[in-house]
Design a protein. Structure first.
Length: 209
């Protein structure tokens, strides 16, 4: 299956994408993770991306599209993939169409803005890519990563004022994608629940897996 997960920052699409990835044996490709890695390693693209992500703005289309194109060409995407965080704009969706990518499902996870601000202020991340939440998905000791044992940190873009800025950007630039994919007849909506497993049950049902 070729799937896109849509949803505001903090709606839980990354968590659901990982679960579906394991269930179907296809890679979950998080644009955010690729961009953060580039920022951390200080690549040319990472340096360009840093000024956008730290203010809560979107990284320009041409940078993101280039990364995605390279990633989808890798052998592990041959039998399908999940895109988490791409496309974020209608022009990006049109660029994906232009690459000849045929999608099976676009799944939008819907969560209220107020719930997202609460969720993201409790998010903790590890440099290995694992993500936790102080309330909904804590690590065993709440301080270190269960996978690699390194200390967990709060991402700068999870600060409430940055989250509110990111939500504004999402509503203005990304939400129109729902209409774009609804017109193609491949959009499905899942109401995000407080418990991760409840959202998972709805997600798997919507995907028919």
């Amino acid at each position: 299956m070729k799937i896109i997960f849509l949803g505001a920052p903090g709606a839980g699409k990354g968590t659901q994408a990982e679960i579906v990835s394991e269930r179907l044996g296809i890679p979950s490709i998080s644009t955010g993770a690729i961009i953060r890695e580039a920022i951390k390693t200080g690549t040319e693209m990472g340096m360009k991306a840093r000024k956008y992500t730290e203010s809560g703005a979107l990284v320009p289309d041409e940078v993101v599209i280039g990364i995605i194109q390279e990633r989808l060409a890798k052998p592990d995407c041959k039998n399908g993939f999940i895109l988490d965080g791409f496309p974020r704009t209608v022009p990006q969706a049109e660029a994906l169409d232009a690459m000849g990518v045929k999608l099976d499902v676009v799944l939008s996870i819907e969560v209220s803005d107020s719930a997202i601000v609460e969720r993201m202020s409790g998010r903790r991340v590890c440099e290995c890519g694992a993500s936790y939440h102080t309330k909904y998905n804590p690590s065993k000791d709440g301080v270190h990563c269960d996978k690699c044992g390194k200390p967990l940190t709060i991402r700068r873009d999870d600060a409430p004022e940055v989250v509110e800025s990111r939500l504004k950007v999402y509503h203005e630039t990304t939400e129109p994608l729902k209409e774009f994919y609804a017109a193609k007849g491949i959009l499905k909506i899942v109401e995000g629940q407080e418990r991760v497993e409840d959202t998972t049950a709805l997600t798997l049902g919507a995907l028919g897996i």
